[in-house]
Ligand binder design. Structure first.
Ligand SMILES: [Zn+2]
Length: 53
């Protein structure tokens, strides 16, 4: 779900297990290199991070 290529600036992603929250300050889509080659979603505690509503 929360693969970094889908993350947009300003979004906050949370780990529902430990409560970690990450805010996107810059997305890889904005990068000039556009060199993102992630195939795995970002995860914490073994679970995918989810978009905070
Ligand atoms: Zn966690």
């Amino acid at each position: 779900m929360a693969s970094c290529s889908e993350m947009k600036v300003g979004e906050v992603y949370v780990c529902e297990d430990c409560g970690l929250e990450l805010q996107v300050l810059k997305s890889c889509a904005d990068s000039e290199a556009r060199a993102c080659s992630c195939s795995e979603p970002l995860s914490c505690c073994g679970e995918q991070l989810v978009l905070k509503q």
